[in-house]
Design a protein around this ligand. Sequence first.
Ligand code: NAD
Length: 426
Amino acid sequence: MSKVKDQLLREEGKKRLSWAESNMPILASIRNRFEKEKPLQGIKIGVALHLEKKTGILLRTLVAGGAQLSAASCNPLTTDDSIAEALDDEMDVFAWSSQTDVEYYNCLESVIATKPKITIDDGCDLIYLLHTKHQDVLENVIGGCEETTTGVIRLEAMNRDGALKVPIMAVNNAHSKYLFDNRYGTGQSVIEGILSATNILIAGKIVVVVGYGWCGRGIANRLKGLGAKVIVVESGTTNEGTSSGYHRALEASYDGCWVMHMNDAASKGDIFITATGNKHVISDEHISKMKDGAILANSGHFNHEIDLDALESNSRSKETILTNVEKYAMKNGKNIILLAQGRLVNLAQPTGQGHPIEIMDGSFGVQALCVEYLAKHGIDLKSGIYDVPNDIDNDIARIALESQGIILDQPTEEQENYSSSWNEGT
Ligand SMILES: NC(=O)c1ccc[n+]([C@@H]2O[C@H](COP(=O)([O-])OP(=O)(O)OC[C@H]3O[C@@H](n4cnc5c(N)ncnc54)[C@H](O)[C@@H]3O)[C@@H](O)[C@H]2O)c1
């Protein structure tokens, strides 16, 4: 049933899985319990996640819990073929690297054809297709999990319009996810992706980071550690319930970055990294002001952040100069370098390995426990977006600390009373 690129990479894939597994104590502890309790016995789960080694360990954990799995990637460029091959005897896998958009959507359709009861998305594509093209399959879905900021934003828009018909766990919004994955994971892996594609020096470069959310903060602060001069570009967004673009711009300034308008930053940067989840934050006008040889990379979920049409139409020619590196000869005489076709630079295969293993152990630990939660409670939940329960969120951080040998003190009864009363200090 699986459809993968058969390149005899199975043994290499198994080695990569085993290396990841040996560094994922949170999933190991969940898997031990799942093997005994089988909380997912016979449940069909449809997955659209970047198919690489850490994801493989999450999928094996779900299988250990008794689930029947079908998996595709959530991005046409991010499948590690060796992992897809190594997993395809344990589950149905529909994924290979460097897909066309048509192939990508066909693979998602193959996952939907297995009639999953629970979905796991990174970017909301499975849930979107179920709502727009496969309402018959949607009827049997008891819930889903969403991994990333962009997916949660799409789901919130669906929910506002009354279009969302199933309960979704916003895994991205768990503290154990966004505080570590978006900040430290993206911070490290985006830089690693740029370096492994280009082999350039960061020290001394002027790097423009567009967006100072959780990902942007991580990227900017790690760049500073490598000696870059960092410019941050923010916008006047005023999202309810989170700090606004104004607060984030001020935070960037207090963190020691230059903060400026993109129109001013465009002519200054050697490297530009987008991390906004928004569209065309690097526009035609910005590209026309850039230095000869400026490098563009995206770390946001979709390849919409850089105006790729403008890049194409204002160039005379385009040449692939290295794997994942394209040089555009612009009509104004300058060259602009685009990494990973404007898609997630840290995950585009073969140069990007994605987030560090320990980071994904935490994020995928949340995923595994949320799938278990849906298997138990999904049927009773109304459609809508749900926060990850506090006990799941706290458990993941506690197990991560314990795996580092750190055990926290518990508050005494006296301390609990003190912090919950209003007249103890008088
Ligand atoms: N590359 C990865 O591995 C990875 C990991 C996690 C999240 N993501 C994706 O990265 C993106 C950002 O995620 P996040 O958690 O940092 O989101 P976030 O909401 O915390 O931050 C986004 C920031 O971008 C700013 N912004 C929006 N439009 C802008 C514009 N036009 N110009 C400048 N700034 C603008 C917002 O004000 C906000 O501060 C999302 O698409 C998310 O899905 C990628």
